[in-house]
Design a protein around this ligand. Structure first.
Ligand code: ZN
Length: 88
């Protein structure tokens, strides 16, 4: 079980999400594939050089509940989020 905001949820119901510096979701993987942010980043981005660059640039890895994933990450993957509109 993991703590997300005020809720305790099973890790299997969570998703790790890698977001770019504006907060736009770039990649995601299922909760059980990693135990903490760094491991999830390794899971998503295989080359250390790429991970280091992303970390320097302000990319973040966050654990989201299924509901948060639906609200915050799914629109990005579908190309319907506000992040892209803002930069377009
Ligand atoms: Zn986005």
């Amino acid at each position: 079980m993991v703590q997300i905001d005020d809720a305790t949820v099973p890790l299997k119901d969570c998703f790790w999400v890698l977001s770019d510096p504006v907060g736009c979701a770039f990649a995601s993987t299922i909760g059980p594939s990693a135990v903490e942010e760094e491991a999830a980043h390794r899971e998503l981005i295989t080359r250390q050089r790429d991970r280091d660059r992303q970390t320097r640039q302000g990319w973040t890895v966050q654990l989201l509940s299924r509901e948060q994933w639906r609200q915050k990450a799914q629109p990005c993957f579908l190309g319907r989020c506000d992040h892209r509109k803002a930069t377009a």
